[in-house]
Design a protein around this ligand. Structure first.
Ligand code: AMP
Ligand code: MG
Length: 647
């Protein structure tokens, strides 16, 4: 592979000369790492939680160690009570001792006698069953009447019935949880051999990275991968050490990488692997030890720049820089290797099967990862694709995990069952599922539901996507704001059978500009657009085709196509960001968004944000709670306060 740096003026990246399939890359990586001797260490039970047992453990004693009573009652000989019944009780003489927990019996139980015994007490010699105290009556100080026959062994736990001495107690590789710790404690084992947790160093790379808590200078971003990867390593049996973010400076990065490798068993970097001009980490790896790079460039989407290496027996991984790509590749390809190094079995609690509600197109020849969000219908789990491109951390917020589409498939058809890898291994099915267009007003209405312990899942797929989901019955309702040009009305013309419209709120749309811009200050919307068109230096930001806002813009513009017309972001927020950051001078957005960005605003027309409710789901408690909150005084006040007008 050619690792020479490109000259500064060369804009195109070095090509990945050899692209391996996901399967080939994994197979080669594992072949270079395994089998290997895994160091083990003794840990006290208290410190062993989450570790993998390094050796099989046999039980050194019987549990319980003696025959033990399961109830409060009397130790008896069952043969004595063969004819005892409610109508003809049998009298037994009491022996002169009481067997409490922890007291070894001194007297045998002879025929015709009984000994009082507490739950957990050792069964005395001669006795073969326990009769419950409830089935007896006192007969003076030294005798009882028994009203039931008992079978031999009744209410006795025999020695070794729980765990038998010599039995395989726990197998090597078992992840030690509270149950396992209980079993070991019951056997009196104070410490266990566990596979030493692999020490994993985590480094982020990039000049643009600032640690959370720092000040975000222009064009900088917060280091997301460092935190995610460190946590995910701990979740999967590693001992993570986050070493911070290193600038794209070869000598500095090389010394950090060398130090990290000297002190640890494994090194995970992120960023700097794209073979772009400033990307240097993969070049350094080649100098860190044999055999070096195993795969650089894997047929993944996203995740192609993934780099897998082994340096002197230690795995070195460069994850792609985009946080979602880093997550997919880490969970799919690195977690299995890490768990194997930690002596843990593959994670079984992190996979669920779910139905795909919509067809997902996929590129032939690359294994594709698709972020999904889980909801449930009568038939089981449904996995909604929610990815918004490899750069989006936001889709994480809604996602429960991801699915994988094979390299040889050009699609995953609607209705198919797919395996979903969960980011965090527990799924709580939401009480309320909202699929459609997102609005910050929704969060105000759902706030009391969350406080009442209801889990609300809101999946932003746009108005039309929401309507389709509602028609399929996959959500409780779809928030929509669809303008029908023919009838010049909002939303109602879009309803289908089984759906009904619940009015939500109105959002004032208008022109946004930076406060103090003399071209727009104090004008009407129509005048503002005229002023913008009159100034050739003025740049606009448009909206996507199909957005209600776009229709308004096109009406205002008529035939005009000013500079910026083809910049067509898909959200109200993106329009405000473009104007606030001077990438554009004006655009159209809704009032709350303009105000939140501290921009000037000229009102034009109200947009109707309503709910297409699935009638069949109307009576569900969480749905009722949502519409109660919407109609409530507090709900309306919160919406008004935020700049919306409740319908
Ligand atoms: P790179 O592979 O270094 O070119 O990074 C690709 C993209 O991921 C760039 O937009 C980086 O800013 C972004 N990125 C890289 N590292 C991180 C990180 N640790 N946290 C968040 N974003 C990152
Ligand atoms: Mg970088």
């Amino acid at each position: 592979m050619d690792h020479t740096p490109k000259s500064r003026d060369s804009l195109d990246q070095e090509q990945f000369l050899t692209i391996l399939s996901r399967e080939d890359a994994l197979a080669r990586f594992e072949a270079a790492l395994f089998p290997r001797a895994m160091p083990s260490e003794m840990r006290s039970l208290a410190d062993a939680l989450g570790c993998a047992l390094a050796r099989d453990m046999a039980a050194p004693i019987d549990v319980p160690p003696f025959d033990r009573s399961n109830v409060d009652g009397f130790a008896v000989r069952s043969a004595d009570l063969a004819s005892a019944s409610e109508t003809a009780s049998t009298r037994l003489t009491l022996n002169d001792e009481v067997i409490a927990c922890g007291v070894a019996p001194a007297l045998p139980v002879r025929s015709g006698t009984a000994t009082p015994i507490a739950t957990g007490g050792p069964v005395p010699r001669g006795a073969d069953a326990i009769v419950m105290v409830e089935h007896t009556d006192p007969a003076g100080d030294a005798a009882i009447e028994v009203r039931r026959a008992v079978s031999p062994g009744q209410f006795v736990s025999y020695a070794g019935s729980d765990i038998a001495r010599g039995e395989a107690l726990l197998r090597a590789g078992t992840m030690i949880g509270s149950r396992e710790i209980g079993m070991l404690a019951a056997c009196g084992i104070p410490e266990v051999p566990v596979t030493r947790r692999p020490r994993v160093a985590v480094l982020s790379t990039g000049d643009e990275l600032v640690q959370p808590g720092g000040v975000l200078r222009p064009a900088a971003i917060f280091d997301t991968n460092g935190a995610i990867v460190t946590a995910a390593i701990s979740e999967n049996g590693g001992e993570a050490k986050f070493l911070g973010a290193i600038p794209d400076d070869e000598p500095q990065l090389e010394s950090a990488m060398r130090q990290a490798l000297a002190d640890n068993d494994m090194l995970v970097l992120s960023g700097g692997t794209s073979k772009g001009a400033g990307d240097v980490s993969h070049r350094i790896i080649a100098r860190l030890g044999a055999p070096g790079i195993i795969a650089h460039g894997v047929a993944l989407k996203p995740g192609k720049p993934l780099c897998l290496a082994v340096c002197d027996g230690k795995p070195v991984i460069i994850l792609p820089g985009f946080p979602t790509s880093a997550m997919f590749t880490f969970h799919d390809m690195i977690v299995p290797v890490l768990r194997r190094m930690a002596g843990l079995p593959p994670r079984s609690d992190a996979k669920v099967s779910a139905k795909i509600p919509v067809r997902i197109a996929s590129e032939l020849g690359r294994t594709e990862f698709v972020m999904v969000s889980l909801v449930e219908d009568d038939a089981g789990l449904i996995a909604y694709p929610t990815g918004k491109g490899s750069g989006a951390i936001t889709s994480f917020a809604q996602a429960d995990g991801f699915l994988r589409i094979d390299a040889l498939a050009d699609q995953m058809p609607a209705g198919m069952q797919a395996e979903v890898t969960l980011f965090t291994p527990h799924v709580r099915v939401p009480d309320l599922v909202i699929v459609g267009s997102h609005c910050t007003g929704l969060d105000l209405v759902t706030a009391p539901l969350a406080r009442a312990g209801l889990l609300v899942r809101s999946i932003a797929v746009g108005s039309l996507g929401g309507l389709a989901a509602a028609k399929r019955g996959e959500c409780d309702f779809a928030p929509i704001h669809l303008f029908d040009e023919k009838t010049e009305t909002y939303n109602t013309p879009y309803l289908a059978d089984g759906l009904e419209l619940v009015p939500g709120w109105r959002r004032m749309q208008g022109i946004v500009f930076r406060k103090g811009d003399k071209r727009f200050e104090g004008l009407s919307a129509q005048q503002a657009v005229c002023a913008a068109l009159a100034d050739p230096a003025c740049i606009m930001v448009n909206r996507n085709q199909g957005a209600g806002t776009r229709i308004l813009i096109d009406r205002l513009l008529g035939e005009a196509r000013p500079d910026g017309y083809w910049n067509q972001p898909r959200s109200h927020n993106a329009v405000a960001a473009a104007v606030a950051q001077h990438r554009a001078d004006w655009g159209m957005t809704i009032a709350p968004v303009a105000h939140a960005a501290d921009l000037g605003f000229i009102p034009l027309a109200e947009e109707h944000y309503d709910f297409a409710l699935v009638t069949a789901r109307k009576q569900r408690p969480a749905v009722q709670a949502f519409f109660d909150a919407l109609a409530s005084q507090e709900g309306r006040a919160a919406l008004t306060q935020a700049g919306f007008r409740p319908a």
